[in-house]
Structures are given as C-alpha cells and as structure tokens.
Design a protein around this ligand. Structure first.
Ligand SMILES: Cc1ncc(COP(=O)(O)O)c(C=O)c1O
Length: 366
C-alpha cells in the first residue's frame, strides 16, 4: 500500500472559525490520527480527558521531575527511559494500611538486590529510598493503598546501552488497593480455582529472582492459566515440581499438618511467603494447626493430594486454592490453615502489631 505523506506545512493545528483544529489547511476531522500534530496544551487536554475517571493513582513521585504530581495526566515516564524500551528497570511494591507503610524495609532490600542483579547504578541509600516512598505516600493523602516504586536506568536515548542514560531514576506511585475476582467473590470464602501452567516457559533463575520490568512471561502465565479456567496459574517444572504462580508464591498443607513451600532458588524471594513461614513456625505450630514447616522441593502430585493449597503475595494476600485442574484440593473448601494465616496477617496489618521496623507511620502534610 502506498503511504500518503503528511503535508509539509502540517506542523501546527490552529482552530478554524468553527473552532475545529486545522492542519495544513485541512480540518482536524479529515486527518488520520498520526497526521495530527498536537500542541502540548492539546496533548495535555486529551490526556486529561482520557485519564478522567480511571482507577485511582493518587500521587506519583519522579526523581526526574524532582517532585510529586497528583494530576493523572502528568503521571508519565519519559519514553526514552531504558526501563520503557529495554526493560532495564526493577520494581517492588508494598502496602499502605491505616496510614502505615507495612514492611517497607524488606521490600526496599529486595528492590536493591534486584537493582544489583540488573547492574543499575543507584545513587540513593536504603534510607533515602524509604524516605522518598514515605514522602510520596504522605503527599498522596491516601491512608490505604498499594505503593509501587521503580529504579530505572533512566532516560537518554533508544539504544541498548545504559552508558547513554543521563541519570538513574526513581519513580513511585500510590494506587488504590486492588481487588481480585468480581462482584461478591470473596477469596477467603470461595477460594480460587487454578490451572497448571506448563506451556509458558519458566523464567531463567536470574530473571525469576530479579523483580524486573520483564513481566511478559508472568502475563503469559496468567493468560495460559485463564485459558484453563484459572487466574494466577500454578507453574510446574519439567520434573513435576511446583515453582510459583504468576505473581504469587505457593505452599501446600499435607493431610497430617505439614506446611511445605518450595525453596526460593529459581523463583521470586516472596516477602509474604517469608512472613507466612514465620507465622507457620510460630503461632500455627503452637496452636497445633501445623506439626512441621518445611521449605523443600514440592511435587505437584504431593500438593494435589494435600489438605490445602495456598498462594501468597502482595503482603496481605493469602489465597486458598480449592480446586486445581478441576479436582478438589482437600474437601474443596477454604481450610483452617489458610483462614488462620489470613486472620493473623490481617490483624497485624490493621493494628500495626509487630516490629516497629515493619510499620512506618506516614507523616501526612495536613
Ligand atoms: C513472580 C512472583 N512470585 C511471587 C511473588 C510474591 O511476592 P511478594 O510476597 O513479595 O509479593 C510475586 C510478587 O509480585 C511475583 O511477582
């Protein structure tokens, strides 16, 4: 097909007497989208209209801008930031609950480990990163939400070489809490129906352990799971062992009360699963709900025969799996270990109980 070219004088869109923008003598309505040259005011106006009523993002900090913005139309990342076009960026997420940042330190530690794995040059200390996240949360005014932050190679060009980047960047956003399922679905009552994921390749261990912006395989894992009636998908390796789910870790509870989760080698070092391991070894063993807690390779066949299967992530998500590939797990209902772990996590996050390091009080501006 022969391409029609943009008229040479079509570099500005001025309004005609009826108010329609005119480019190169042609009314705006006659132009194909890629023929319209928008002024920055028009671009912002269009972005404002498009972002109106979208799911909440309360605030964004950008080290590149040197400040926080709260208008969604200017919550942007430069296209030439190598995170955007090369995936050379890492991220992490923590929860904002009742005005407190929950376990931000452990998330920042993993962010820094991811940055080291991605060979990003980072000019900020751990404390400075924590401060920037806490300041963004304060500026957002939100008391509950998800806080996600990225360390990136930074803007500077479109090659693959980070040497061209001007400066590393830090971006942080405060988002509305996410809900899973629809309508009246309650994970702790209904449980999840999951599907095995075998076709989508597993990440090589290096990428699985760096929480990088290369989440294509995670998305494909979800899509394969959805094809099979699941949501997060349970990844089973060629040897028949469970790895993880697309954005969650997995553990199984045997019929005789043994908690088993796979080692973190080759999967993400989940912060929630690390907390569940502590709670399982502590209160759940003391209360007799569990008799042992093991971190070792877990065969899919063993988990299928178990009493409970639980996925965890995002600090507070303890997601029971009640059916896997169409077969019930245990009696097909949400089990006592999942319920107890969920109660413990919910009460500690709501009340702010636990080590002071695990809770940072946000200093709101007003
Ligand atoms: C691949 C993968 N596995 C596991 C997890 C769970 O990690 P966490 O408990 O730290 O949220 C995540 C979270 O994003 C993930 O992306």
């Amino acid at each position: 097909m022969a391409l029609r070219t943009v008229s040479s004088d079509g570099d500005a869109a001025a309004p005609d007497e009826t108010g329609n923008a005119v480019t190169g003598g042609r009314p705006d309505t006659d132009l194909r989208p890629a023929q319209r040259i928008l002024s920055s005011a028009e671009a912002v106006e269009r972005m404002t209209a498009r972002r109106k009523g979208k799911r909440g993002c309360y605030a964004m900090f950008s080290s590149y801008l040197g400040g926080v913005v709260t208008d969604p139309e200017v919550m942007t990342v430069p296209l030439d930031d190598h995170m955007v076009h090369r995936g050379h960026g890492v991220f992490d997420t923590c929860s904002l609950l009742n005005g407190r940042l929950y376990r931000l330190g452990i998330h920042i530690d993993r962010l820094l480990a991811s940055a080291a794995g991605a060979r990003l040059r980072i000019p900020w200390s751990r404390d400075e990163l924590i401060q920037m996240v806490a300041d963004t949360a304060a500026a957002s005014g939100a008391r509950d939400g998800i806080v996600r932050y990225w360390l990136t190679a930074g803007p500077g060009g479109f090659s693959f070489m980070p040497a061209e980047c001007e400066e590393p960047c830090f971006y942080c956003v405060v988002l509305d809490p996410m809900s899973f399922g629809s309508g009246s679905f309650d994970p702790m009552v209904d449980g999840f129906r999951e599907a095995t994921v075998r076709e989508t390749p597993m990440k090589p261990p290096l990428l699985a352990q760096i929480k990088s912006n290369n989440y294509l395989l995670n998305v494909l894992t979800h899509l394969e799971a959805a094809d099979g009636g699941g949501t997060f998908g349970i990844i089973v390796d060629d040897g028949g062992f469970i790895a993880e789910a697309c954005v969650l870790n997995v553990c199984s509870i045997s019929a005789d009360g043994v908690f088993v989760t796979p080692p973190f080698e080759g999967i993400l070092h989940g912060t929630t699963m690390r907390r569940l391991l502590e709670l399982a070894r502590g209160p759940l063993c003391e209360e007799g709900l569990l008799c042992d807690v093991q971190q070792r390779p877990l065969r899919a066949a063993e988990a299928r025969a178990g009493a409970e299967l639980i996925m965890s992530g995002g600090d507070t998500h303890v997601f029971p799996v009640v059916e896997w590939d169409g077969a019930k797990i245990g009696d097909g209902t949400v089990g006592p270990v999942a319920k107890r772990l969920h109660d413990l996590i919910t009460s500690e996050t709501e009340a702010g109980d636990g080590s002071p390091d695990d809770f940072i009080e946000v200093q709101y501006l007003l």
